[in-house]
Design a binder for this molecule. Structure first.
Ligand SMILES: [Fe+2]
Length: 103
């Protein structure tokens, strides 16, 4: 059975847990930054941290970046040949709260 991937119950009314776990994507030319989260920063502590952030382009994995507990809860990806028709999404894996998908 595939692991359950979590996302927002109501995109227009995020809970605090959703705001700090859902990976938030910003794009600047070929640089894609994915942060956890939006407005509330997810902890990076010994017993609670973001293990990895994975970026997808048109549903295909681009790269999975593993984070250290001393890192900020974000990952920066370089994506070449990005066009307006490409769709980006991301997953973030919290050791306590599971895998979360971008909106
Ligand atoms: Fe968490």
């Amino acid at each position: 059975m595939a692991p359950l991937i979590k996302t927002a119950v109501d995109k227009n009314n995020l809970t605090d847990s959703e705001r700090k776990h859902i990976p938030f994507i910003t794009i600047s030319e070929n640089t894609v930054t994915v942060s956890c989260g939006d407005g509330i920063t997810h902890p990076m502590e010994d017993d609670h941290w973001i293990i990895f952030i994975e970026l997808f382009k048109n549903g295909e994995s681009v790269e999975k970046i593993t984070l250290k507990k001393t890192d900020e809860p974000k990952a920066v990806f370089t994506v070449s040949n990005l066009t307006d028709t490409d769709t980006l999404s991301a997953h973030a894996f919290c050791n306590l709260h599971g895998i979360w998908e971008s909106l």
